[in-house]
Design a protein around this ligand. Structure first.
Ligand SMILES: C[S@@+](CC[C@H](N)C(=O)[O-])C[C@H]1O[C@@H](n2cnc3c(N)ncnc32)[C@H](O)[C@@H]1O
Length: 413
């Protein structure tokens, strides 16, 4: 292996790569830590990843020993191992190579293809953890304060993320020094996260990657981004529409999980491939998205192939009715990652129409005497207001059909 790229780079940046034997010898000095899946390593001048790659290999060996028998655990703990590696590098070609080298080792271990969700989730994690910046000034190449994501695994396929500023983290030791002004304080009192995220699954991580859900494996690492959950942003907008924040939707789904278990001898709602979910007034699609995400985890055993599993869930289990044309498009974007259910970027592959299972339709009343059979609207009132029908009328009718005759709706798909 070549330890220098050019004399000029050695002179300008002290760029000399550490030989493999020395990397191994140095890592052996902290052997126990390198073999612990969730120990965190930061290489503040990581080059193309000589140290980080070897730490990853050791972590993956530990994953294999501990979780080799279950694909689900193996994949999630391997991702956790990757999540615990951090780097900073000044030169753009080095940081790109470093990310690519780590991704290659990770993908090889799990036999992943660039189109796999886990590959894309790992791609996203690396774009966050390996920073193109200056470790001395603690700024990114575009002059922002460097922040690092602290990842944790909550189990059942869900990851927790909190972001901390690098400059705060580096002062952690000073704060806890014996005579320091802050020595008596708990670290939590000083080091509050710059940002806390709701728990995320592999699919959600994948959807955060630079190209979103449709990112091609060839996409450049230079498209780094720190995308917040768009549905959280929408929920926070000052607006006359009220959107449910993802965190709140999840709390409601937790209640549903418990109620289902209580009524079904402890059964896991999300591991049942026959249950159908209908959001009769979907807006951002947040409930349907979170339901899809939970089913994707819960049905892992019953339908091991991820693509088949997601297709089954989206075509047979998850349904919505948009209140308006625009909210139906929004919901489709949230659930299918495309406003066209059968479009090229859609994660669902089995739909014949662009609506998929998220419908918005203007429906005519079905009169039975003076009343609509479905929504109960009076014909005489309707005749008076002909031509002035509002979204609310359509919505009321759709909703009442959904409640009174769910099969009519489900069959209409
Ligand atoms: C001696 S090399 C070591 C690379 C790698 N750690 C290894 O052992 O193979 C130093 C690396 O630090 C990078 N570097 C120099 N100054 C830096 C700074 N202020 N912040 C981040 N990286 C820097 C260089 O571009 C170079 O890739």
């Amino acid at each position: 292996m070549n330890h220098i790229k050019s004399k000029q780079r050695v002179a300008d940046h002290g760029e000399i790569f550490t030989p493999a034997w020395m990397v191994e010898a140095m890592l052996d000095l902290v052997k126990g830590e390198t073999e612990r899946i969730d120990s965190r390593f930061l290489e503040s001048a990581c080059g193309d990843g000589n140290f980080l790659v070897q730490v990853l290999r050791r972590k993956l060996a530990a994953v294999e020993m501990k979780y080799g028998k279950s694909d689900f655990e193996r994949q999630h703990y391997a991702l956790l191992g990757l999540m615990c590696l951090y780097g900073i590098e000044l030169l753009p070609d080095n940081i790109a190579e470093c990310r690519a080298n780590l991704l290659e080792v990770f993908a090889e271990y799990l036999n992943l293809d660039p189109s796999d969700d886990l590959y894309r989730a790992a791609f996203y994690v690396l774009s966050q953890n390996l920073v193109h910046g200056d470790a001395m000034t603690m700024r990114t190449h575009d002059a922002k304060a460097i922040t690092f994501a602290e990842w944790g695994y909550l189990g059942k396929g869900r990851f927790q993320r909190r972001d901390f500023r690098f400059d705060s983290l580096t002062q952690s030791a000073a704060y806890s020094a014996e005579d320091s002004l802050f020595a008596h304080l708990g670290k939590h009192e000083i080091f509050t996260p710059a940002k806390t995220y709701p728990p995320m699954t592999v699919i959600e991580l994948r959807c955060r990657s630079a190209g979103g859900c449709s990112m091609s494996g060839q996409a450049s690492f230079t498209l780094r981004s720190r995308n917040p959950d768009v549905l959280t942003c929408i929920a926070n907008l000052s607006n006359d529409e009220v959107f449910t924040p993802p965190e709140f939707a999840n709390r409601m789904l937790d209640t549903l999980t418990e109620a289902w278990a209580a009524n079904h001898k402890g059964a896991n709602l999300w591991a049942d491939q026959t249950v159908k979910f209908l959001d009769p007034c979907t807006k951002s699609g947040v409930f349907l998205r979170e339901i899809t995400s939970r089913l994707t985890q819960g049905l892992e055993r019953e339908i091991p192939n991820l693509e088949k599993r997601v297709n089954h869930i989206l075509t047979k289990q998850v349904f919505g009715i948009g209140i308006t044309q625009i909210t139906s498009l929004l919901a489709r974007r949230s659930v299918y990652c495309s406003k066209h259910a059968k479009g090229e970027h859609s994660i669902a592959k089995g739909f014949a129409t662009d609506d998929g299972n998220i419908w918005f339709k203007r429906m005519e009343h079905t009169w039975a005497g003076d009343k609509c059979k479905f929504c109960g609207a009076g014909k005489s009132v309707f005749d008076r207001a002909e031509g002035l029908e509002t979204d609310a009328d359509t919505f009321r009718r759709d909703l009442s059909i959904a409640f009174q005759s769910p099969t009519r709706f489900l069959k209409a798909a």
